[in-house]
Design a protein around this ligand. Structure first.
Ligand SMILES: [Zn+2]
Length: 112
């Protein structure tokens, strides 16, 4: 059964491929993928799904999640970010999302 995280689904498929057919278990592979990704996300917040904006002075870069990568130019956050004055934010890495009013919401990414 697919999860809501495409990373887990992809990892579960790969893990399941390593099992002999008699031991094949999508459920086991999904549980192992979930545990491994949760552990990786816990030590590296930049791996978490969603958009990340890196602000440095008057420039910014936007990292898209896997679901955007097929057509990043169509991503609504690109357009919203173009109208942003990046100097209104502190330098660093931020999670960014659009709210229901199409306003950008930024949350600082705190690295351990
Ligand atoms: Zn995007």
């Amino acid at each position: 059964m697919p999860t809501t995280d495409p990373r887990i689904d992809a990892a579960a498929r790969e893990l399941n491929n390593y099992l002999p057919n008699s031991y094949s278990s999508v459920r086991w592979a999904t549980d192992m993928a979930t545990a491994a990704l949760a552990a990786a996300d816990a030590v590296d917040p930049l791996r978490k799904p969603g958009h990340r904006a890196e602000i440095s002075g008057d420039t910014w870069t936007l990292q898209h999640p896997p679901e955007c990568r097929a057509d990043m130019l169509a991503c609504p956050l690109n357009e919203a970010m173009r109208s942003l004055d990046p100097t209104c934010l502190a330098d660093g890495v931020w999670t960014v999302e659009l709210d229901a009013d199409k306003e950008l919401n930024f949350t600082p990414v705190v690295t351990p």
